[in-house]
Design a binder for this molecule. Structure first.
Ligand code: SF4
Length: 335
């Protein structure tokens, strides 16, 4: 039956598959670098969000050699706003490894690819299948949803990961794995969507246990993870020239390597700072953050920071959260 399903899916894909900048139809991409960059960008991020970042990134770093010569700040410049900044660091480290240790040749086996930074099991499989047409099974959220609906798997996904992978692997087209992987992802993105799947347009409708089921939207079952809330204080500090105090975030955390307005979970910087009733809210994967805006004047570049003039601030990579703080700062300055 897997041959029948595969043929139906690939025929549907040939007519209806999405054109994406990192994809070619009819097998692997001819340039593995394109897949290398796009797969890291697509981790935890939607296709629509990635597309403009991908174009800008590829224009600035068109090949592995250009990327390998860059430094972190240059790469962050093209990643700011995309989130999960450790990915940018991993991409750069991997590019340096590929050029420095492998003479620019991309690895082609699981064993070799897993030595790269930022490549977990999912990204290894997707890199190998899209860059080299290797018969790997890619299991993303779209694939999970389709497999659960096709086979009426109603247990929470966290409990049946192995079963889903087995079923997905059994369906994978061994002769045309790259197109098959693109096709099943597109089926999930376009037809077997989380809400209101269009079963009547689905190439697998005759074989699917959940076709037109009244409760199809309840499959797969998911356990909701409650988001934590966090409050913090962010300091908009200016000197006599109106320059802003920024600092580079160090350590290995979520936003390390990026620039930020100094902030702390306690209101413990700048004793003379003025509390405002302004806040900036931002949602990370599991945290809802509220930052309370504090205003201060200082001529000292304290808290390991440095002053930057307003017209130079765009040269520093800021996270989306810090861009929101900057917008508030500009609003306050214009009053
Ligand atoms: S028939 Fe409906 S539920 Fe089944 S795979 Fe297709 S779109 Fe999804």
């Amino acid at each position: 039956m897997s041959d029948t399903l595969s043929k139906l899916l690939l025929d549907w894909f040939a007519q209806n598959g999405r054109d994406l900048p990192w994809r070619v139809k009819g097998g692997a991409h001819f340039d593995p670098y394109v897949v290398f960059v796009s797969e890291i960008m697509l981790q935890q991020t939607t296709v629509q969000t990635v597309i403009p970042y991908f174009y800008r990134f590829m224009e600035r770093f068109p090949d592995i050699y250009t990327l390998a010569q860059a430094d972190e700040d240059q790469v962050y410049q093209y990643w700011q706003g995309l989130g999960y900044y450790s990915r940018a660091r991993s991409l750069l480290q991997s590019a340096k490894m590929i050029v420095g240790q492998l003479h620019g040749k991309f690895p082609q086996t699981t064993k070799e690819v897993q030595k790269l930074k930022g490549f977990g099991p999912y990204t290894i499989a997707s890199f190998l299948v899209f860059a080299f047409n290797k018969p790997e099974t890619v299991v993303d959220g779209n694939v999970i949803r389709i497999i659960c609906r096709m086979f009426d798997l109603r247990q929470p996904v966290s409990e049946i990961g192995d079963l889903i992978r087995q079923k997905a692997a059994a369906l994978t087209d061994q002769n045309n794995p790259a197109d098959y992987a693109s096709a099943i992802m597109d089926l999930g993105a376009l037809i077997c969507t989380p809400k209101k799947p269009q079963c009547m347009l689905c190439p697998w409708r005759q074989y699917c246990c959940s076709c037109n089921a009244a409760d199809v939207e309840q499959i797969p079952a998911r356990t909701k993870i409650a988001k934590k809330t966090m409050d913090a204080f962010v300091y908009i500090v200016q000197n006599a020239q109106g320059e802003y105090l920024l600092r580079k975030r160090d350590g290995k955390g979520l936003l390390s390597g990026l620039y930020e307005f100094p902030w702390s979970e306690k209101a413990d910087f700048f004793a003379h700072a003025v509390h405002t009733d302004l806040t900036v809210k931002h949602t990370f994967t599991h945290i809802q953050m509220t930052m309370h805006i504090m205003l201060a004047h200082s001529e000292q570049a304290a808290v390991q920071g440095f002053f930057v003039s307003k017209d130079k601030i765009q040269d520093y990579a800021l996270s989306t959260l810090m861009k929101k703080v900057l917008q508030k700062a500009e609003k306050i300055a214009s009053k």
